[in-house]
Design a protein around this ligand. Structure first.
Ligand SMILES: [Zn+2]
Length: 338
């Protein structure tokens, strides 16, 4: 019997050896979540087709109604939050933020799982104040990339969430901010006020700061549709929410989107996430197209009349949407290693 034992021992050694020789599953692979770039593109075009969505205009009102109807049709619990903030001249500016809620997952102890905040702004800048010709600076910005691109990606994410079984839906709040882009125009010569940008997110952050503990983190999307989009790790995002930047950028790399998601840290950008971090204390990152090559850090058509559909590419929307969708799905699955 000793022989057999030896043989058995040999066999088990061989088994160990052969299992060691098997290729390990690749660590760098990650299954991408479903996301349709075509659909996101269409949602951007539909916003742009309303015209410039400047607060107070018919185009803004029609777009607001379309967004709430669309989100409701995807099965979200939708409500609007209204208020006023002082604008760059110190006048009361009406604000209408849109909130769409998905998912009611609970922990084993029955407590609600923390929610993830996904946000973008749906307003357009009233003045194309980066135009070369002074007269053009008083025309509105169409905001295909600056505004509509982030909203389009979030609408497609909402559509995907709506197709999931309700018990599998991650706990997500999609917030579409109003009046992000009403910051002091370049041509304004009056008394300069602080914090004139991001009025909708400032209002939201003030109202919801006592609920910060309900949120694990947030992702803001702004100017995510350009064909040559690059997303460095934005400075404030790294400062306030580094672990979330690293995780999302890691997911993007594993999905093969390293062409877009860069390792460098960019200059600080005052965007809606800044106020979510500093007023509401919800760690929030910003995925934003920023390049140090240009004079402003933004694309040459930024805050001009040519921010239109010519600057939107499905591939970039796919890279951002798939990354964010994968991050929120993997991040809330019970068996997830993320
Ligand atoms: Zn802008």
């Amino acid at each position: 019997m000793i022989k057999v034992r030896i043989l058995l021992l040999l066999a088990s050694c061989l088994a160990v050896l052969s299992s060691c020789g098997k290729p390990k599953p690749k660590e760098n692979t990650l299954t991408a979540a479903e996301f349709s770039a075509d659909s996101a593109y269409t949602y951007i075009k539909q916003q742009v087709d309303f015209g410039a969505r400047v607060p107070g205009t018919v185009a803004h009102e029609l777009c607001y109604r379309w967004l709430t109807d669309k989100l409701t049709s995807f099965g979200a619990e939708v409500h609007t939050e209204q208020g006023t903030m002082l604008n760059y001249e110190g006048r009361e500016q009406p604000i209408v933020n849109i909130v769409a809620r998905f998912g009611h997952q609970t922990l084993a102890n029955g407590q609600a799982r923390k929610r993830v905040l996904l946000c973008a702004h749906y307003d357009c800048r009233p003045w194309a104040d980066q135009e070369a010709d002074y007269r053009d600076r008083f025309q509105p910005v169409m905001g295909a990339n600056d505004g509509a691109s982030g909203v389009g990606v979030l609408l497609e994410i909402a559509r995907q969430l709506g197709q999931m079984d309700s018990d599998k839906q991650p706990n997500i709040d999609i917030v579409l901010f109003d009046c992000e882009d009403m910051g002091t125009p370049e041509f304004y010569t009056g008394k300069q006020r602080e914090d004139t940008w991001c009025l909708g997110s400032q209002l939201w952050a003030e109202r919801h700061k006592s609920e910060a503990g309900n949120y694990s983190y947030g992702i803001l999307l702004d100017m995510v549709g350009a064909p040559d989009a690059v997303f460095p790790r934005e400075y404030f995002s790294m400062n306030f929410a580094q672990q979330h930047v690293l995780r999302v950028w890691d997911i993007a790399l594993k999905l093969g989107y390293g062409r877009y998601f860069k390792q460098e840290v960019s200059m600080p950008v005052t965007d809606d996430h800044y106020y979510l971090n500093t007023i509401a204390h919800i760690p929030c990152i910003d995925i934003i197209h920023y390049s140090s090559e240009g004079e402003t850090g933004f694309a040459h058509y930024w805050h001009t009349r040519t921010d239109d559909m010519r600057n939107i590419a499905r591939e970039s929307l796919g890279a951002v949407g798939t990354t964010v969708m994968t991050a929120i799905i993997k991040g809330t699955s019970k068996n997830s290693t993320f």
